[in-house]
Design a protein around this ligand. Structure first.
Ligand code: SME
Length: 172
């Protein structure tokens, strides 16, 4: 018997250009729930999460995860060019969002003090903390070549997707 998450993955990618952002995130939440159904491995689920959003959300050049290990952020599954592996808490956009525990939108990364430039193509960024109960697990990081690419709809939509990931996955 085939399981839901063994279906042809190309059908999982949502067409984005003709869809409103709210609608796109609603579709992605449903797609993600289906994609992660029956699987609890955090790394596998984070890998499929990053692929789904990288190929479904327009104007991204990087999408992926950093996970908390020994009080620093360590690179996890992602899509895009190779990135810096370790980020200290409080450093860069990722470390700042992790330390403060709030979603952080940076319309122009060149104006953000201490921004860590992993990909010269990045001009704006959003970082969403992954929190289970009181515990910080890591962050989701999206980069765009466009200035001002991310807004409150992305904040809400991505937080919804992150909730699906956290609820679906076993955390060590
Ligand atoms: N720009 C991030 C570093 C991670 S990369 O963008 C993938 C930051 O300032 O934390």
């Amino acid at each position: 018997m085939r399981r839901v998450n063994e279906r042809n993955m190309t059908s999982q990618v949502v067409e984005s250009r003709s869809t409103s952002k709210t609608e796109l995130y609603a579709q992605l939440a449903a797609q993600l729930s289906s994609l992660l159904a029956g699987e609890s491995d955090l790394i596998a689920n984070a890998a499929n999460f990053s692929s789904l959003i990288f190929h479904s959300l327009p104007d991204l050049n990087w999408a992926g995860f950093y996970f908390v290990k020994d009080n620093e952020l360590v690179l996890g599954p992602f899509q895009g060019h190779p990135a810096c592996v370790r980020i200290a808490m409080g450093k860069g956009v990722c470390g700042t969002a992790a330390a403060e525990g709030v979603t952080t939108i940076v319309p122009d990364v060149h104006e953000f003090p201490g921004h860590i430039a992993c990909d010269a193509a990045s001009n704006s960024e959003i970082v969403v903390p992954l929190v289970k109960g009181e515990r910080l697990i890591g962050v989701l990081d999206l980069d765009s070549p466009l200035f001002g690419r991310f807004d409150n709809e992305d904040d809400q939509g991505l937080n919804r997707l992150v909730s699906v990931l956290i609820q679906s996955s076993e955390l060590q």
